[in-house]
Design a protein around this ligand. Structure first.
Ligand code: NDP
Length: 326
């Protein structure tokens, strides 16, 4: 038997319940891994509350890393003892000690990347990879607006955008978060609780505005992000930490000078094994060259995951939170 978190009804953090269960034996094409580190992500909150519907009951969790314990009969390219990690493209369920999953979803880790580092960045880093390289291909000198710049996705995005030579303008909820964002490559911070985002963007960019706005906060920042863009700029609304964005008329995009608007999901950028391998290779390359690396703001026992959810929703976390099984 091994432990897992199960959600049997939607609701607050209290619905995250510990259960003991048999993880099962890997069948053809499957591998059983023992997690050593699990990543916490805002999408886990959306699953728990029902904003993103999942069939009940379910085990949440979209990224993890660990060691291979057993392989199915036909799996000959991964050995017991190999260190592996994965991101969310497929069934969720990383909030557990031991898990059977398809071999195709697992990536063997290079010696230089620890399991903890991988668990802290697989989903967040792959998200940044597709956002800054493929949703809008950021160029050196681009003015870029980034919300939640000191968050899990945010700090990795600051690092990656800085490496691309962008002028990174990040919004943050406190001066401490601002300092952390700057230390990770953010060129300008906007304290949105006391400053007007689009007015500050206009000042920082001499009235030009941003080529692209990466907005993960959603409802409360959507309007400010629109107003912060330059002519024919692109608004990438990729999350809903403050709630989902209300529907808008396309004419709003015309009024703001012919803007582009997209609402991307990782699953639509990591569609095939080749595309996934390319994205993960790009992420690992950035890590191995020292340009990107997750900031682990907190570690928390998997038993205490409800407290970790409360902190994430209360905006108390910075960088990535890692859940420690066992
Ligand atoms: P974060 O670490 O960024 O945590 C959320 C942060 O958002 C908070 O720390 C807070 O920072 C800010 N925030 C602003 N308003 C609110 C609010 N009302 N409630 C809570 N937080 C708020 O989380 P993650 O790094 O895990 O995820 C970031 C975002 O990226 C999420 O919205 C997630 O859904 C999205 N995402 C999207 C993907 C996609 O493919 N579309 C894939 C992966 C993630 P501050 O105090 O500075 O305001």
């Amino acid at each position: 038997m091994s432990g897992a978190i199960v959600v049997s009804q939607l609701g607050g953090p209290e619905v995250l319940e510990w259960v003991d269960q048999d993880p099962g034996t890997p069948g053809p094409g499957e591998v059983r891994i023992r997690h050593t580190a699990i990543g916490l992500n805002f999408i886990d909150v959306y699953h728990r509350t029902g904003l993103y519907p999942v069939e009940l009951p379910f085990t949440p969790g979209s990224e993890g890393a660990g060691v291979v314990e057993a392989v199915g009969d036909d799996v000959d390219d991964l050995q017991v003892g190999a260190r592996v990690a994965y991101t969310s493209n497929g069934p969720i369920g990383s909030y557990c000690e031991v898990r059977v999953m398809p071999r195709g979803r697992l990536f063997e880790l290079p010696d230089e990347i620890s399991e903890e580092t991988a668990a802290a960045m697989m989903l967040k880093g792959c998200t940044v990879e597709y956002l800054v390289r493929r949703t809008y291909a950021v160029q050196a000198g681009d003015n870029v607006l980034l919300t939640a710049a000191a968050g899990g996705v945010g700090l990795i995005a600051c690092q990656w955008l800085n490496a691309l030579g962008a002028n990174v303008i990040g919004t943050v909820g406190s001066p401490e978060k601002g300092e952390l964002a700057k230390a990770n490559g953010c060129n300008h911070v906007i304290l949105y609780r006391e400053e007007n985002i689009s007015e500050r963007v206009a000042e920082i960019t001499d009235g030009e505005g941003c080529r692209v706005a990466y907005d993960s906060v959603g409802a409360s920042t959507f309007e400010a992000s629109l107003k912060s863009l330059s002519r024919r700029g692109m608004l990438v609304t990729f999350g809903n930490a403050s709630g989902p964005v209300e529907p808008i008329s396309p004419l709003v995009l015309a009024k703001h000078r012919s803007l582009f608007l997209t609402r991307p999901r990782l699953g639509d950028y990591y569609t095939t094994p080749e595309e996934t391998a390319d994205g993960i290779r790009a992420l690992f390359d950035m890590v191995l060259h020292g340009k990107v690396g997750p900031h682990i703001g907190a570690r928390c026992s998997l038993h205490d995951v409800a407290a970790a959810h409360r902190a994430l929703e209360a905006r108390e976390t910075v960088g990535s939170t890692v859940l420690v099984p066992g």
